[in-house]
Design a protein around this ligand. Sequence first.
Ligand SMILES: Nc1ncnc2c1ncn2[C@@H]1O[C@H](COP(=O)(O)OP(=O)(O)OP(=O)(O)O)[C@@H](O)[C@H]1O
Ligand SMILES: [Mg+2]
Length: 262
Amino acid sequence: MTLIHDNMEKMDAKMAARNVSVFYDKKKAIDDVSIDIPSSVVTAFIGPSGCGKSTFLRTLNRMNDTIPAARVEGSVTLDGEDIYRSKMDVVQLRARVGMVFQKPNPFPKSIYENIAYGPRIHGFAEKKDELDSVVERSLRRAGLWEEVKDRLADSGTALSGGQQQRLCIARAIAVDPEVILMDEPCSALDPIATAKIEELIADLAGRYAIVIVTHSMQQAARVSQRTAFFHLGHMVEYGPTSDIFTNPLEERTKDYITGRYG
Ligand SMILES: Nc1ncnc2c1ncn2[C@@H]1O[C@H](COP(=O)(O)OP(=O)(O)OP(=O)(O)O)[C@@H](O)[C@H]1O
Ligand SMILES: [Mg+2]
C-alpha cells in the first residue's frame, strides 16, 4: 500500500504503472507498485540503496527485458497503451522513453555520431543537412553545443564526465522522446557539473516527462515537483515534493529524509 498525498494537483498521466511487481528469479524486488507519471513535470524516486528504485525505473521502458532473471507483473502504459503487449516495438519504445544512466556511457564514436546514430536508425533524418541540424539542436538543448561545436569529430569518450553526461542527454533528446528516465545521473559528477545537469533538467522539464532517481535529498527537492519514496520494494509514500520533505506522513519516510538511515 502506498500512502498518496491527497493534495496533489490533478494531472494527466503520460505513463501509468498498475500493480507492478518485479522478481529476480524467486526474489521479489518490487512489490505491487502503482503510480502515474505526469507529463511536463519531474518525478523523483528516492529511498535507501537496494529498495528497488532502479528496478522499478527500468520497468518504464522495458530495460528489465535485458536481464534474464527479471520478470515483471502488472501493467505499464504509455499514453494508455500497454508497453508490455507482445506487439510492442521495444526499440521504438526506448526511443520514446529514453534513459540516462549513472555512469555516462557515450558510444566510442565521434561526438557527432553519438547524436546522429539514433535519428538515422529511426529514420528521423537521413540527409547530411537534416542530421547536422538534429545534432546541433540536440546539443544546444543539452547545453553542450558551445563547448563542442568546433570538435564534433572528436571521440565522445574524450569529453569530461559532466560533458559526457550532457552528451548522453543530448543523445536521448535527439530521437524526440516523450519521457526521459534518469538513474542517478549526477552521482559520478562534481558539484559544478551536477549544477549544470540540474539546470538542464529544469529546462527540459516543460517539454518531457522526466523521472529521476537520486540519493541526494537536496537534488530531489531542487529539481522535482513530485517525489515517491521507496523502501524494501514498496512504494511507501508519494506526493508533492515540498510536502514529502516538509510534511512526510509515514514514519519510514520521515526517518529516511532526516538521515536516520539510508
Ligand atoms: N540484475 C539483478 N539480478 C538479481 N537481483 C538484482 C538485480 N538487480 C537488482 N537486484 C536486486 O533487486 C533489489 C533492488 O535493486 P535495485 O538496484 O533496483 O535497487 P536501488 O534502489 O536502485 O539501489 P541503489 O540505490 O543502490 O542503486 C536488490 O535486492 C538487488 O540486489
Ligand atoms: Mg539503483
